[in-house]
Design a protein. Sequence first.
Lengths: 475, 189
Amino acid sequence: MQNRTEKYILTGVIITSIAVFSYWFFHNPVKYLSANVPGLDHRPLKDGSADTLVVIGEKFKEYSTFTSALTGKWPRFRGADMDNINKEKIKLIDNWGKYGPKILWKVELGEGHAAPVIYNGKVYILDYDERKKNDALRCFSLETGAEIWRRWYSVSLKRNHGMSRTVPAMTDKYIVTIGPKCHVMCCNPQNGDFLWGIDLVKKYKVEVPLWYTGQCPLIDNDTAIIAPGGSSLMIGIDCATGKVAWETPNPDNWQMSHSSIVTMKFGGKKMYVYCAVGGMVGVSAEGSNRGKILWKSDKFRPSVVAPSPVILDNGKIFMTAGYGAGGTLIQLVKEGNAFSVKILQMYKPNDGVASEQQTPILYNNFLFTIQPKDGGTTRNQLVCCKPNDLKNILWTSSKTDRYGLGPYIIADGKFFILNDEGTLTIAKASTSKFIFLDKAKIIDGQDAWGPLAIADGKLLMRDSKQMVCIDVKAK
Amino acid sequence: MEDKKKYNRRDFINSSFRVGIALGLTGIGVALTRRAIAGKSVWQLDPSKCVQCGRCATSCVLETSAVKCTHVYDMCGYCDLCGGYLRPDTKDLNTAAENQLCPTSAIVRKFVEEPFFEYQIIEELCIGCGKCVKGCGAFGNGSLQLQINHKLCVNCNQCAIARACPADAFSRVSASEAYLFKGFVKGKK
């Protein structure tokens, strides 16, 4: 009797065990879960075939003749010295006066944020003609706004928070542009003759940045310096021939950002400094090793970078970006012939000075920037700090003086600050506190983000669809 | 003088009884009226006051909060780099789990045409944490907004989230206009 009971119990245990094991073995507790993997948005693969017929610089038209006695120059992004400070000895206004701003002329532009350069009375801008679908290098008279000539090529774009967003670089002999889809063009600035062009996407397998190209070219000793990303991190192109003089390899596959290349000299070596999507790099700008990487760092690598590096004293570089990235202060160190990078500060945007779009200005040994949207209580305010401590904001423009993503420039000891909606503020470029002077609504526009340019007492500004020339010369 | 009736104990009790009944009926009337009025109002949060603190996800009396993310499509930029969908330090703009900001994958990204994407909220998965709202507001147009879903809300007399809200963003609004979107669409869902 006892044996029989034990047999029943044993049989029951075996059957239960088999049932439990079967349930455990066959039951899939995650059968209703699905993995989030790339490709669920069904984005098609990019084939780049849409631009196969782009012929850079193919068309030209002359509209008017030109004479001018003006000699002022604002020859590239952030001016000749790449510091965004106008150094002409021209007295500028400190208020808008009884009758308001004196607007000399206006021209309609394609939607975007591309900004002009000024050279001996001429204004050059790489515009996008939405109706005819072409990148157009347009040349205007600074005094009258009359279009003198334009050179263009067909390229198809869709609106994506604006289309054009670069500033040409120019010298007496050359003007170099980069179009929204990474088409580089070089022309003769005197008569608009086409010299050469390079499609960076085709030649270097560049990935066109989000919202199109924002990098502004650099001309250094008649060599155009461009940072494509893709198969070459940086290239130097002989402006006279269009031949690529040197290429910097890109083993880490860093991508083109909206940031622009700046020059720097440290430890007796001239170098090109660039912040790609992936990291920061210093490339030799002289000697037999032109194009060689001297140093690089991937410690600060936001996914979107618009401001350019700000070169400080003694090998220090300030780099900032928006979209939560914040800023970093790095120190170059030279040991023998080798360079290395030391991170002095790195912080989120609400812990120090930062910028989402415009490049900060170093002026009289103080650093000025407009804080990004995620800059906490100082968001969108003009702030000032010492360049050796970026986490300590000395003063701000106040809660009532916020500027958004608009550009700012220093000229004749004054700030000219444009807000998103086209209001231009004049403030004294003081290092001790914000001294507001005057402001005026210039245009009733939006997204007035294109950098400002000043030469010969004339200020050029734009919103998303028009460019305006204002006389800011004091009487 | 002798005809003047004395106000005796019986009269006092009668009067007290009547006053009591009158007060009771008045109280019931007031209570019913208040309930009627309360029935015509609902709780809602004002997106312009919301600071995306995350308490909507944890303070609601429901197991999963009645506060949900709502997408105001009129305001959306249909961006490839969407601050509401992608983590700020994302390198690849795709649908991989490690790139998504939403802790429950409640936002679906769909390709429209290069370079535009549509973002849809799966309400059943949304817990109302507001992370996407914060991301969209910081880097985009602010088209993602938290709202109380009135199909889910039990309309407590005292909303538990309203008590916890540090921004005082909750208030009673008319049930006929129960949603407070900021932007181009108003009063509709």
